[in-house]
Design a protein around this ligand. Sequence first.
Ligand SMILES: C[S@@+](CC[C@H](N)C(=O)[O-])C[C@H]1O[C@@H](n2cnc3c(N)ncnc32)[C@H](O)[C@@H]1O
Length: 269
Amino acid sequence: MNRDQLFAANRNWWDERGPLHATSPFYGIDRLIAGATSLDDFELAEFDIGSARSFVHLQCHIGTDTISWARRGLEATGLDFSVASLEQAKNIGNRCGIEIRWVASDLYEAPETLAKTYDIVYTGKGALNWLDDIERWAWVVAKLLNSGGRLYLVEFHPISWILGDEEWAIKNDYFTTGDPYIEHDPEGSYAVPEATTSANTTAEWQHTLADIVSAIAGAGLTIRWLHEFPFTEFQQSPVLRKSADGRVYELPPEMPRLPLMFSLCATKP
Ligand SMILES: C[S@@+](CC[C@H](N)C(=O)[O-])C[C@H]1O[C@@H](n2cnc3c(N)ncnc32)[C@H](O)[C@@H]1O
């Protein structure tokens, strides 16, 4: 498959999952409508929106995090290439009574499609692995930011992608080859493993922490901080256990700890 075919396969995968995810317990839409946030505790603790007004969420999927940030007083835009996911996002946003601009676009075309710059660019939680060119991604982010604006990136740690799903033994290279991992996945998804689906091929790319940080710096942004966390949002492997407070997943006490998520803040001079 060439690059266009790989991206089309990914879009088909997400178009089929968007409506399924919107009714899944995993995404907790009823809780969101009732006023709960979908953001992680650490996000709320470490990222202060300050005097920022405008906000864009890249690869927003069905918009749960976009809505959660918008509720904190930001004028929000959500961008994704999956029109079926954005239809769900729009519907959920309306049910939450919040106004958000939803824009269908490939990530790499975002500056031209949005034709606007922002105080905050937010992205992650399973976003970067769908992109083949991390340096081009960083330039997109830089173009979307106002001077003094901030990138807030929250991602699953690249270490966690190298571990096989079941035992979490090392399965894939940590270092980037440039080639995609083309998976012929089982039906369903992380949120709806039991669902029947027909688009089951995906292409994903590994980007090391060094690649990501260097791409951001290379696009002219100043890195303010980089945090690593020994927990993750969902059960990426059966090896992981719910934390004592039930809010995140961790490795069991008998296993050495690894970074499972990271977050980064960078500013545009
Ligand atoms: C796991 S979701 C993003 C995480 C989000 N926090 C969530 O789970 O709701 C990944 C999103 O990236 C989008 N995506 C993948 N490749 C893209 C591309 N090239 N351009 C724009 N969106 C893309 C998919 O449509 C999907 O909605």
